[in-house]
Design a binder for this molecule. Structure first.
Ligand SMILES: Cc1cc2nc3c(=O)[nH]c(=O)nc-3n(C[C@H](O)[C@H](O)[C@H](O)COP(=O)(O)O)c2cc1C
Length: 171
């Protein structure tokens, strides 16, 4: 693995990329920066924020680099949505897939993304608020929608770090 490459909109994916860089010692680049910093075809770990199960920037990254692991940063719980992420992004079984809970801050959104999430809060948020048997994960999600939150934390990188260390041992 030569680098960590990421696409972030409001900053939480960048925070995870930097944390992962800190723990692995790998250099960290945004997908834009990576163009000038690493050669095509090198092995990378890719992180992108999730929009409707699509890992933003993954299509482009997978054409340029050998993506060994994909990390989707989302509002959902860490470790959730793995099957959907793999299917929706056509990620082969050879590539590891992880998800990490990021954050939500409507004040950092603009244009179409702000409109989409305003509607989402009114529909999905209202549905969750009215639900009487919310799971703990749904409580967290509702709180994020209503008040905003940042759940970035090193503990959410455990699975990806375990995978990384096992890859290093194999090499
Ligand atoms: C337009 C839009 C759509 C989103 N769709 C999803 C989604 O389908 N599932 C999910 O868990 N989170 C979804 N999110 C939440 C983001 O993935 C989450 O806020 C993430 O932490 C953003 O990463 P960033 O700070 O790097 O931009 C969506 C956010 C936006 C703005």
């Amino acid at each position: 693995m030569k680098a960590i490459v990421y696409t972030s909109n409001t900053g939480t994916t960048r925070e995870y990329a930097e944390l992962l860089g800190h723990h692995t010692g790998l250099p960290v680049y945004s997908l834009k920066e990576a163009k000038d910093m690493i050669s095509n075809g090198v092995e990378i770990i890719y992180l992108g924020w999730i929009m409707a199960s699509k890992v933003q920037g993954y299509d482009k990254a997978s054409k340029q680099y050998k993506v060994k692991a994909v990390c989707g940063v989302c509002m959902g719980a860490t470790g959730s949505q793995i099957k959907e992420i793999r299917a929706k992004n056509h990620i082969s079984e050879k590539t590891a897939v992880f998800s990490m809970q990021g954050g939500f801050d409507i004040s950092k959104l603009h244009g179409i993304y702000k409109m989409m999430m305003t509607i989402m809060i009114k529909t999905a948020g209202k549905g969750l608020a009215e639900k009487t048997d919310r799971t703990p994960d749904e409580d967290v999600m509702l709180d994020m929608m209503l008040h905003g939150a940042n759940h970035v934390g090193g503990e959410n990188l455990k699975n990806v770090l375990d995978w990384y260390n096992s890859e290093i041992d194999k090499a």
